[in-house]
Design a protein around this ligand. Structure first.
Ligand SMILES: Nc1ncnc2c1ncn2[C@@H]1O[C@H](COP(=O)(O)OP(=O)(O)O)[C@@H](O)[C@H]1O
Ligand SMILES: CC(=O)N[C@@H](CCC(=O)OP(=O)(O)O)C(=O)O
Length: 249
């Protein structure tokens, strides 16, 4: 199973360790690949250097200078998460060409779209009982780093391995009337999700997440669930279809 977590599921060291605990419990029965982002950490490191960020369509416009900071920030976070998870190895896209990408749109600078995943490397590590922890930096056609939205990077990994994916965030899933918790949708079809985006009740960071979940299904993932990283037992429950919002074709 692929577990994606990002900024909202690592707001504190306590939450980060709770998620790591969930992963450690799950992998006793199911091999797990972790894919992570870290938007807030990137933001902090850019701000510390006086580099302002602009987002277009939920993606950070990434200059070469910003890319250096993104890679540095995610590399450090990657090692911390790998340590949290234990029996793990932390990797970015440059390692054995784990994530290869093309430039998504020159107007966004060094932002990538994943075109290849080194699934053999992931399978080798899993076969040795090691949990891969993958940061969302890919290698581009020029051999330099590209910044990939972590939800889309995770979807590419799930597609390449043909395994299910759980996106952990700070809400229980997709709400039909956000933020009313009683409006949580346990299931959402592609048509309903597209209608939600058009209708505006799926908004902000939930748009790329829902789209990444649908992309993962298109690429061959058997299931895609969006769930809260703050609930105990969430990963096992999500895999059983008993937590979060499950996207269906
Ligand atoms: N219909 C909705 N249901 C749930 N959350 C929504 C919805 N529409 C927008 N959101 C927002 O999406 C956020 C999750 O996306 P994001 O902040 O990008 O997560 P992450 O950083 O974990 O990847 C929620 O915190 C919420 O503010
Ligand atoms: C291109 C692009 O926008 N990349 C993201 C990568 C990190 C990410 O996606 O982190 P979360 O999972 O915490 O959102 C960024 O620079 O913020």
């Amino acid at each position: 199973m692929i577990v994606k977590y990002g900024g909202n599921a690592m707001k504190s060291a306590e939450l980060r360790r709770a998620v790591a605990g969930e992963i450690a419990a799950l992998r006793a029965g199911v091999p797990v690949v972790v894919v992570h982002g870290g938007g807030p950490v990137i933001e902090r490191e850019l701000a510390a250097r006086g580099i302002a960020s602009e987002f277009r369509g939920g993606l950070r416009v990434t200059s070469p200078d910003a890319m250096n900071v993104v890679e540095m920030a995610l590399a450090q976070l990657n090692k911390q998460l790998s340590q949290d998870v234990g029996a793990a190895v932390g990797l970015l896209g440059r390692d054995s060409r784990l994530l290869v990408a093309e430039v998504l749109d020159p107007a966004l600078g060094r932002v990538g779209r994943v075109t290849e995943v080194n699934a053999d490397l992931l399978r080798t590590l899993l076969g040795a009982g090691i949990t891969p922890v993958v940061g969302c930096v890919a290698v581009g056609p020029d051999g330099e780093a590209l910044n990939v939205n972590a939800d889309t990077a995770a979807a590419a990994v799930a597609g390449a391995l043909g395994e299910g994916i759980v996106f952990l965030t700070d809400v229980d899933g997709v709400y039909r009337a956000y933020p009313d918790p009683d409006s949580l949708a346990p299931h959402l079809t592609r048509a309903e999700a597209e209608a939600g985006i058009r209708g505006g009740w799926i908004a902000g960071g939930m748009i790329p997440k829902v789209r990444a979940a649908l992309d993962a299904l298109d690429a061959g993932a058997p299931f895609a669930v969006i769930a809260s990283g703050m609930r105990e037992g969430v990963l096992a429950a999500a895999a059983r279809g008993e937590a979060g919002t499950r996207l269906t074709p």
